[in-house]
Every structure is written in C-alpha cells, then in structure tokens.
Design a protein around this ligand. Sequence first.
Ligand code: FMN
Length: 344
Amino acid sequence: MENLQTTYLGLKLRNPLIAGSCGLTNSVSNIKELAKKGVGAIVVKSLFEEQIQIEAEKVIKNDTDGVSTFNMAPDTLLSKRIFDYEEAYSYIYDFAKRNTLGKYLSFLEEAKRSVDIPLIASINCVSNQDWHAFSKKIEETGIDALELNIYILPSDWRRSGEDNEKIYYDIIREVRNYVNLPISVKIGYYFSSLAQSIKKLSECGIKGLVLFNRPYNTDIDIDKIALSHGPVFSTSEEFTHTLRWMSILSGHTHCDLSASTGVHDYKAFIKQLLAGANTVQIASALYKEGFEVIPEILKSTSVWMKKHDFNSIESFRGKLAKSNLENPAAIERVQFMKLYSGIE
Ligand SMILES: Cc1cc2nc3c(=O)[nH]c(=O)nc-3n(C[C@H](O)[C@H](O)[C@H](O)COP(=O)(O)O)c2cc1C
C-alpha cells in the first residue's frame, strides 16, 4: 500500500477517506467496523437542533395530562398555553435538552474510546438559537473536531441573501465562543455568490468546509397526488457538481476542503483529490456497496498512485485545480455549444 497519509482540520489522518455523517455512523459497533475497514476518520451521525426540540416536546407532552403538544411549535409552547409559569416550561425544556444531549455525549465518549482514528462530532443546525453552549459538552468528550451542518434554503422572499448568510456567520461565531475544537462547516450550494461566500466563510476561523451536503429533496407521488421524497441515496453520477467547485475553490480558501456527494468508487475519490480536496467523504456508497467499498477504494487508489509514480497524496492533490489548469475556463463551461449541438 502506498503512503496515503494526510492532514485535515489540523489532524493527522492515515488516508483522506472519511465515513460521512449518516445512520451508519450512529453506533459504536459500526464505528469500530468502519475504522477496521480503513477509513481515515469518521463523522458521527448529527445531533439535530430540531431533535432537541422534539425531545423537549415529548417530555412536556408526558407532563401535561394528555394534552397533545407534539406538533406544536416551540414558540406556541413557550407562550405558556400549557404551563402556568414560564419557569416551569423552561425547566422541562432545559431538562429535555440535557437528556438528549446526554445520550449523544455518552455515545461520543464510548465511540472515541473504541477507535484510534479521528472522530468528528456533528450538529445539524438551521438557526442561531440557544444550543451553542452544548458544543462545550461535546468538546469535553475528547472528540477530535466538530462538523456543523448548516443548510438554509433561501425560500423566504422577504429575506435577502445577506440575511440568510448572516445566520452562518452567527452560528460559527457563537460556537467558536464555546469551543477550541477544530470546526468544519458543511454547506449546501444556495448562496447568491457561491465562490465569494465560501471564501468569506473560510476566513471565519473554521478549519474546514465540506462541499456539499446533499439536500433532502421533495418529489410528488402522482397516484396519491401527494408530496413524497426524492431518492435518499446519491448515485455515482452526482460527484461532478462538487468536482467543479472543488477545482474552482481549491487553493483560494483559508481552510481545508472536504468533498462530499456522489463518491461511490476509487475513480471519483481520486478525481476529488486531483481537483484539490483535502479529504473525501462517503455515505451513500456505504449503504449501497457495504463497508467493503472502503478497502476497495484505498487499494485501487494505491495501485493508481503506483502506476502514475505518485508516492504521496500531496504529490498529486490539486493537480487539476482550476489555478493549475492550462485552460482554466474549461472548468467553468456550463453551456458547451459544440457538445450540445453535436448530439442528435
Ligand atoms: C441515510 C443518511 C443519513 C444522513 N444523515 C446525516 C446527518 O445526520 N448529518 C449530516 O450532516 N449528513 C447526513 N447525511 C448526508 C451525508 O453525510 C452526505 O453529505 C450526503 O449523503 C452526500 O454524500 P453521499 O453522496 O456520499 O451520500 C445523511 C445521508 C444519508 C444517506
């Protein structure tokens, strides 16, 4: 096996392949197995901001003589419809938050003890509410880094791009107030000026950006005439979107870049590294191909490196970043007349 060592978020990794946050990184046994199969690091399943709220509502529901509060928005609950005293609500809400987090913290501690590769905790956040203090507790588990998955769909026409993007900066600033852990931020691509926003985000004191999260997509069931959801797992054709942006941005950010979405085999893995990724995350491939995909990717990458005389990841990483291309415009070409008009 060639030398695949690298660094990410200031951490030493035996290779750049990361098991991304998903349901398979939600148990200690899977985390042990993923490490055994050879991944360089693991991002554990996210703690969701909404999950904390739902837990709070459940506790409240049990304490209110069967009055259903399950579907009520936290704001409605806070309006004291159930509790005579706001303090009573606050107490139980805080208790529920601690309880949910307590389980997550114990899991992180046990998971961290059971493997000797970097383990990255994850919080899925949509707002700059009052959850930041919990990131301190996460740090105390001995975990190596924290990934913040921030996904804001800019669907409210009353809010400007600046309003939406401010949420990212506020969340990062708040979390940085509480922890010294290396922080990475996983984002989608709904920014008014993606390259500029990513550059600005990378200058906020974070150590890494994960490009990109794959949104939960809506679909329509025409038989039931109802909403349904799109495919949960990516396909192996979906890596190209991240690849373009990786190539455009690599070398221009103040933090590491981790590629995510559509990487299912060693070819897509190598392509992301050639485009400049520091690390590459996989999730759907773990579900579709099983954990065996990990040694397959690593072994085939090693064979490819040997064939091309690369003796380290750094010797080829970023070779096809836009800034290293002879014809940089090619990576930005989105309407290719010759190709489109040549297909009949
Ligand atoms: C079943 C499933 C659960 C996921 N859960 C999380 C999660 O809790 N937090 C998160 O940041 N991403 C989550 N993701 C997103 C993945 O980490 C990843 O960003 C996305 O699936 C694209 O990568 P892929 O093409 O390798 O699947 C989940 C993905 C899947 C398929």
